[in-house]
Design a binder for this molecule. Structure first.
Ligand code: PLP
Length: 451
């Protein structure tokens, strides 16, 4: 692993970046991105010789870790063989990627529409649902993230939607279950589940179920807080959709491909949606790829009429080759099982133990390598450590926590008042324990802001 300092390269990279790269989701003048020199497994490093344990999996996508040799080799080999071919052709590597994905998705989701990422998968799932039902509306939850393109950002139920200047026609938000901050004032999981389903029924009654094409949910909402749904909730939504002829879309862009310790999060509850969106973990982002897994019934809608969607690079050979290698490696190396074991034996118990000792920790929750640590100012009132959508000064406590993590060599995933513990699915027991120890130190910085 080459972690040698190289300050001259660093200066050149940073200068070119500052001059010419326009960064996403950022005020360009206020950011100072770390210049990354390389990565391997659960680590990446900078040009000054600092190595970071990646507890973010970048944007929760490097499920197989950085630079997995089998995936790197597959991209190389495919590049030598056939770099690009239009989506309309049948190609071995695309067919094989679709076969491997369809073999793991729940139920009869056996046709795969490839996209270049998650938001585009959501756009197409919504379009398929509208064309299939002939209905206009789509329901999605508050506390959700579905991507940054036009329909996807409008479906998103968090403050990132606010500045969006695209029309939100036909999108209706409702509340999903989240016992720790229950929108329904519930005190038990059973109450939360029953009240959340009742709220969805009521929402539908006033929207007109016959006008609703789809209900889209993240199986386990990720970016908005890794909120594991209560037993019975997803089955309840499935039943409501069936009763009203509504397409049930599960967005597994973040939760899919091993993250929760199963191939798909829906497997925990034995629920099969009509459409399932995926991206990120399908090939750990080595080459951009996403897609929609489609039920037999919805696929049949487009047997005789064309599906109006697709981009120049849909099902790109290099991306498909990396997906084939990723899925094979995950199966051969027991990577999904590793994620489940690390969650059960190390992260779950370790985080619960941290919650007992740190007054800033209101709740920890999760599955597999998909955990949220909810930071609060006051455990009794559950007041968040920083206000939602906090910026500038108001976010100082989370900024201090993040800085403490980075200083110690831990790269965290921080959003609003939470840190998410989302290492690669390949993380070893030692690495997971080391990360918890570093988190323990950094939480002391957050404890200083409690009442
Ligand atoms: N859906 C979910 C559940 C996500 O978590 C994300 C990204 O984090 C997206 C969609 C958007 O994916 P992408 O950034 O690949 O467009």
């Amino acid at each position: 692993m080459n972690t040698q300092p190289d300050p001259r390269t660093k200066a050149a990279v940073k200068a070119a970046d500052r001059a010419h790269v326009f960064h996403s989701w950022s005020a360009q003048g206020l950011i100072d991105p770390l210049a990354v020199a390389g990565a391997e497994g659960s680590y990446f490093w900078d040009y000054d010789g600092n190595r970071y344990l990646d507890f973010s999996s970048q944007l929760v996508n490097t499920n197989i870790g950085h630079q997995h040799p089998k995936v790197v080799a597959a991209v190389r080999e495919q590049a030598a063989k056939l770099c690009t071919i239009a989506p309309g052709f049948a190609v071995d590597v695309r067919a094989e990627a679709a076969r491997l994905i369809a073999g793991r998705t729940p139920g009869d989701l056996d046709k795969i529409f490839f996209t270049n990422g998650g938001a585009e998968a959501v756009e197409n799932a919504v379009r398929m649902a509208r064309l299939h039902t002939g209905r206009p509306k789509v329901l999605s939850t508050y506390r959700s993230y579905h991507g940054a393109t036009a329909a996807a950002i409008n479906l998103t139920g968090d403050p990132r939607r606010w500045p969006s200047d695209t029309a939100s026609a036909g999108v209706v938000h409702f509340w999903g279950p989240f016992l720790y901050r229950s929108p329904f004032h519930a005190e038990t999981e059973e109450q939360e589940c029953a009240r959340a389903l009742r709220h969805l029924e009521d929402t539908l009654a006033f929207e007109g179920p016959g006008t609703v094409a789809a209900i889209i949910l993240e199986t386990v909402p990720g970016t908005a807080g890794i909120m594991v749904p209560p037993a019975g909730y997803l089955a309840g939504v499935r039943e409501i959709c069936d009763r009203h002829g509504i397409v049930f879309v599960l967005d597994e862009v973040m939760a899919g491909f091993g993250r929760t310790g199963r191939w798909f999060a829906a497997d925990h509850w034995d629920v099969t949606p009509d459409l399932l969106t995926f991206a990120k973990g399908v090939n750990s982002g080595y080459v951009p790829l996403g897609g929609v897994a489609i039920s037999a019934e919805i696929a049949a809608t487009f047997d005789e009429r064309p599906y109006p969607g697709g981009l120049t690079y849909s099902g790109h050979p290099l991306a498909c080759a990396s997906a084939v290698a990723t899925i094979e490696a995950m199966a051969e190396e027991g990577i999904v099982e590793n994620a489940a074991r690390i969650g059960e034996d190390v992260l779950g118990p370790g985080l619960r133990e941290l919650a007992e000792r740190h007054p800033s920790v209101g709740e920890v929750r999760g599955l597999g390598v998909f955990w949220a640590v909810e930071l609060v100012r006051d455990r009794a009132t559950r007041e968040p450590l920083v206000p939602y959508n906090a910026s500038g000064e108001a976010n100082a406590p989370m900024a201090a926590f993040t800085a403490a993590c980075k200083k110690s060599g831990l790269w965290p995933f921080v959003n609003m008042n939470r840190t998410h513990v989302v290492p690669p699915c390949t993380v070893s027991e030692d690495e997971a324990r080391q990360g918890l120890a570093l988190l323990d130190e950094a939480l002391t910085a957050a404890d200083a802001h409690t009442v």
